[in-house]
Design a protein. Sequence first.
Length: 585
Amino acid sequence: MKKLLFAFLILCSSLAHAQLVINEFDSDTPSTNDKQFVEIKSATPNFSLTGYVLVLFNGTGSQIDLSYYALDLDGITTDVNGLALIGNSLVSPVPAEIIADSAFQNGPDGAAIYLGNATDFPAGTAATTTNLIDALVYETGDATAATSLLTTFGLTAQIDENLNNLQTTQSIQRKNDGTYEVKAPTPGATNDGTGFIYNGLSINVAGTEHIEGQTVDITFTTQTNVTAPLTFNYSLSSGSFNTSDYTGSLSVTIATGTNTAVKTITLVDDTVDEGDENMKINIGTIPSQYVRMNDNVIVRILDNDYVVSPWGTPLNPTYGIVTSTAPAGYYDSLEGKSGAQLKQAIQDIIANPTAVHAHNYGDIETILKKADQNPLNSNQVWLMYTEIPRSKLDIHETGINTGKWNREHIYPQSRGGYTDGTASIPDGINVWATTNADDILAGHADAHHIRAEDGPENSSRGNKDYGEYLGPTGNQGSWHGDVARAVFYMAVRYNALSVVNGNPANTTVGQLGDLALLLQWNQTDPKDDFEMNRNNFIYTWQVNRNPFIDYPNLADYIWGANAGQAWFSSLSTNPVYGRSGSCLS
């Protein structure tokens, strides 16, 4: 009897493992790969995926046959059709598990389901058949094949998502006989069109931005008319946006024989500048015959109580409104010095281990939201190279960086040798480390050379030297002097860094160019009120200043026309130059 029971348990376990397959896979989607998904199918409906893990593998290159992504499937249950959908936030219907945009690589690569946990497959884990449930090796019109993965998984065919030359609009789909075809995606539905058809429920809002005091109409629509009243609740709260920010009912009923209901929400117009906020529309529990086509719909709520500063943006600069907050005597030690002594005296101030505070990369986000604040709207940051504002809320955190801003290192991380040199979790102005001129890792989070920048443009700049990189097409160069003075600061603050003439290789560590061009930019784009305000604010955190903002012509006494001459603060002038280089006053 015990042998029979043991055999029965082994059979049940084998059947449970064998019944899961990768039913549909879409790795390459239009534009920014924000509609990627994988659909898992069980032989029986309502099957729990707890105890299983989805793993993605590299099919070629230096990481061939090694994992790059693993996702626990715990808590996911297949539906009445035996399907479980996993995908990006824009996949419709809403996936059971949301993954980051561009989580899946284009081929040739592999995807597999294992019995186990994500912790069993840290990045770089070799592909194996141990506890393997199902696997798919795919490509996207690639010239090479993932032959090693095919061998490892015991497969004979690599499925091409680009079979019909439509890789961004078609997906790989498993047929009932176990073979594959490539056609228009069918996420959340059986590949052959059979099975239970859900009635999809959608959220629609006219406009992605609304201002405090306005009303917002939220439309809920089902794909087909409901045969009985459909009643459900929804929520709007997200982060700081809560019930004090709106009025209106959060209960919806779509009447029998119809497919639409509209709810009107009134945004509270207070007198407090809370900053822009995100209202997130989230559908509550709905009957099992319905499925959410979208959810967590974000509507930007603009605060109309923002602050306008008296100074201008870098694109329309003002001068003399903001003055330096350097303490009396801060620069006295520079008087009369020249050459190497002058440079050392500057470093003794800005890298003083008894005074200067080093913060981490997480704190930089906090600092930039104030230091790079748009003077015309306190709820925005000013983007340096692209010369436009962007909401502080739109910082790039994960996934696609289009429409986002991130932290641009003027002296690139890899060129400085401080990539990921500090922690990413902010710990505030009162938590800091001591530092000195040899502490190169502090450069990773030195706010004097980090600016808010458009995500894609930050990527375009990469590790290029200035001169090789001249900004996006059509920019007016309002940032030229800013980057020059930031590079000068870094070249003095840290012993490991320098600024040189010409265009060193972009892999060069410790040198950045082009010195001659930066000296020119230092004059043709003089320091303005935006930059001085920035210097003042960073001083409150780091307890050091950028002296090349306080005294721009210091650069000429170290690297330029006045090199070797004695510097005196009385020689410092603050002319306002036009961006063509002509002196205006």
